[in-house]
Design a protein around this ligand. Structure first.
Ligand SMILES: C[S@@+](CC[C@H](N)C(=O)[O-])C[C@H]1O[C@@H](n2cnc3c(N)ncnc32)[C@H](O)[C@@H]1O
Length: 267
C-alpha cells in the first residue's frame, strides 16, 4: 500500500455508459420507491434516464445484471486485508448485492448491510440465506439516515457507494457515519468516485499496487456486460480472446484498489 497521486481515469459512478443509458426509459422510474424517488428526483417530472440516474435505474430494475457485472470485479485483496474486521461490528453503507458485505461477514462479528434499493436487498438476502450466514443483518436505509444507534459499530465501510453528492451521502452522510462509529473506530471508503472530497475532510488516500482484471462468470456474460457497460474495444477483446477475462487497463476505469481512511477519535 502506498500514498498515491489520485488516478485520473474515468470513475464509473460519475459517467454513464452509453449502453446502460440506452437500456432505460421513463417507465423504469416507476420501480423506484417514493422515499428514494424523493431523494433522486428533486422535481415532479422524472429525470432523463440517460443521465447519472441510469445507474440507479439499474439498481432498482435489474439487480441480477448488476450482480453479474460486479461478481468478477474484485476489490484489491490488500484493501480487504487492511480492514480491522476481526470481531468487529461493521456497517456496510450502500451494500448493494453484497460484494463487500460477504467479505466482511467472513471475519467480522456482525455486519449491518444498509441498502436503499429493495431489489438489491432482496438479492443480497437471498445470498445470505443460501450461505446460512447468521451474522449479517440487511436493512433498508440511506447513508444520511442509517437505521443504527449512536456509537454502535467499530467500523463503517462502503464500496463504490458513498460520496460527496448529497444523493450518495455528502456532508449529512459523513455526519451519520461519525454518529454510528464509536470513538476509536474507523471509516473506510473503498473505491471512491471523488477521493478529493474525502481528503478535504481529513481522510487519508491510499492505493494498492498491482494490476487487476475482471473475471466474468462466462463468455456470454462477458460479452453482454461489455456491450452494456464498456466499449467496442472491450467487446472485441472478449470476442478475439474467447475468454471472459478483461484487464482493468482495457476497461478504461480506475481499478478497485484505492480507498479513503479515517480514524474516529471524537467522543
Ligand atoms: C455501485 S453500487 C455498490 C454496491 C456495493 N457496495 C458493491 O460494492 O457492489 C452503489 C449502491 O449504493 C446504493 N445507494 C445509492 N444511493 C444511496 C444512499 N443515499 N445511501 C445508501 N446507499 C445508496 C445503491 O442503491 C447501490 O446499491
Amino acid at each position: 500500500m502506498q500514498a498515491a497521486v489520485i488516478d485520473p481515469q474515468w470513475r464509473p459512478g460519475l459517467t454513464v455508459p452509453a449502453g446502460l443509458a440506452r437500456r432505460y426509459g421513463l417507465e423504469h422510474f416507476q420501480a423506484i420507491e417514493p422515499a428514494a424517488r424523493a431523494r433522486l428526483l428533486p422535481g415532479p417530472e422524472p429525470a432523463d434516464p440517460s443521465g447519472p440516474l441510469a445507474w440507479d435505474l439499474l439498481y432498482w430494475n435489474e439487480p441480477e445484471l448488476y450482480d453479474r457485472l460486479t461478481e468478477g470485479e474484485p476489490l484489491h485483496p490488500d484493501l480487504l486485508a487492511r480492514l480491522p474486521l476481526e470481531g468487529a461490528s461493521v456497517v456496510d453503507v450502500g451494500a448493494g448485492t453484497g460484494r463487500l458485505t460477504m467479505l466482511c461477514a467472513a471475519r467480522a462479528a456482525r455486519v449491518y448491510a444498509i441498502e436503499p434499493a429493495t431489489p438489491m436487498r432482496a438479492l443480497l438476502q437471498q445470498k445470505i440465506n443460501g450461505r446460512r450466514l447468521a451474522n449479517v443483518e440487511v436493512a433498508a436505509g440511506f447513508s444520511d439516515a442509517l437505521p443504527l444507534p449512536d456509537a454502535s459499530v467499530e467500523l463503517a465501510v462502503s464500496a463504490s457507494a458513498f460520496g460527496a453528492d448529497p444523493r450518495r451521502g455528502g456532508e449529512a452522510g459523513l455526519a451519520e457515519l461519525f454518529r454510528v462509529v464509536r470513538p476509536g473506530g474507523h471509516i473506510a471508503i473503498l473505491w471512491p468516485d471523488d477521493p478529493q472530497w474525502f481528503i478535504a475532510h481529513g481522510f487519508r488516500y491510499q492505493v494498492c499496487e498491482g494490476a487487476l482484471e475482471v473475471r466474468f462468470r462466462d463468455l456470454d456474460t462477458a460479452l453482454a456486460c461489455a456491450e452494456i457497460f464498456y466499449s467496442d474495444v472491450v467487446v472485441s477483446h472478449v470476442q478475439q480472446s474467447h475468454r471472459p477475462i478483461v484487464p482493468f487497463e482495457l476497461l478504461g476505469i480506475n481499478p478497485p484498489r484505492d480507498a479513503c481512511w479515517l480514524d474516529v477519535t471524537k467522543p
